[in-house]
Design a protein around this ligand. Structure first.
Ligand code: AMP
Length: 187
């Protein structure tokens, strides 16, 4: 059972690393970005609402995101296998809601993996990725939103003694190994 949050700026490699750990240890991977992009593609009500925020690099309102997470965390695979949260929480309000949800489920977090990457590297990576919301202007706004609304979670989790900071530049395999060590996994 693994119960972990992946935190870090856009382009830090949270998604890449979260998928690797999820597949290797058979743990449900929950990416709010993936859930929202799927909703946009399907043209659901959620998708239509989310798109306007995502296109601008803004955060989708907390109530909407917390509702999505509440529903997903209540499913039976989570109780059995735990979870890897990728891209959630992104605000203090979301982090507090997560604490509340996990205490209701009696499933405390093991660790928060903070993947840290230098600013120049982030911009370089995001421009190379070329996702719909990866234009230079939107990237700049996503970084600003990250600094203002998400970065405070680093202290929030450090104070709870849950934070493991990992430098996210280098060989993908090496970074995975460091994450496994921080989670007490592997050989
Ligand atoms: P990501 O794939 O994690 O980079 O997310 C892409 C976009 O989806 C973000 O720029 C936000 O607009 C939205 N999003 C994803 N996760 C969240 C979240 N936890 N809170 C608010 N908005 C989110």
């Amino acid at each position: 059972m693994i119960k972990v949050v992946f935190l870090g700026p856009p382009g830090a490699g949270k998604g890449t690393q979260a998928v690797r750990i999820a597949e290797k240890y058979n743990v449900p991977h929950i990416s709010t970005g993936d859930i929202l992009r799927a909703a946009v593609k399907e043209g659901t009500e959620l998708g239509q609402l989310a798109k306007s925020y995502m296109d601008r690099g803004e955060l989708v309102p907390d109530e909407v995101i917390i509702g999505i997470i509440r529903e997903r965390l209540s499913q039976p695979d989570i109780r059995e296998r735990g979870f890897i949260l990728d891209g959630f929480p992104r605000t203090l309000k979301q982090a507090e809601a997560l604490d509340q949800l996990l205490s209701e489920l009696n499933m405390p977090l093991d660790r928060v993996i903070y993947l840290n990457v230098d600013d120049e590297e982030i911009v370089k990576r995001l421009l190379a990725r070329g996702r719909a919301d990866d234009t230079e202007e939107v990237i700049r706004n996503r970084l600003k939103v990250y600094r203002e609304q998400t970065a405070p979670l680093i202290d929030y989790y450090a104070e709870k003694c849950l934070l493991a900071e990992i430098y996210g530049v280098g060989e993908i395999d090496e970074i995975t190994k460091k994450i496994e060590e921080a989670l007490g996994l592997g050989e």
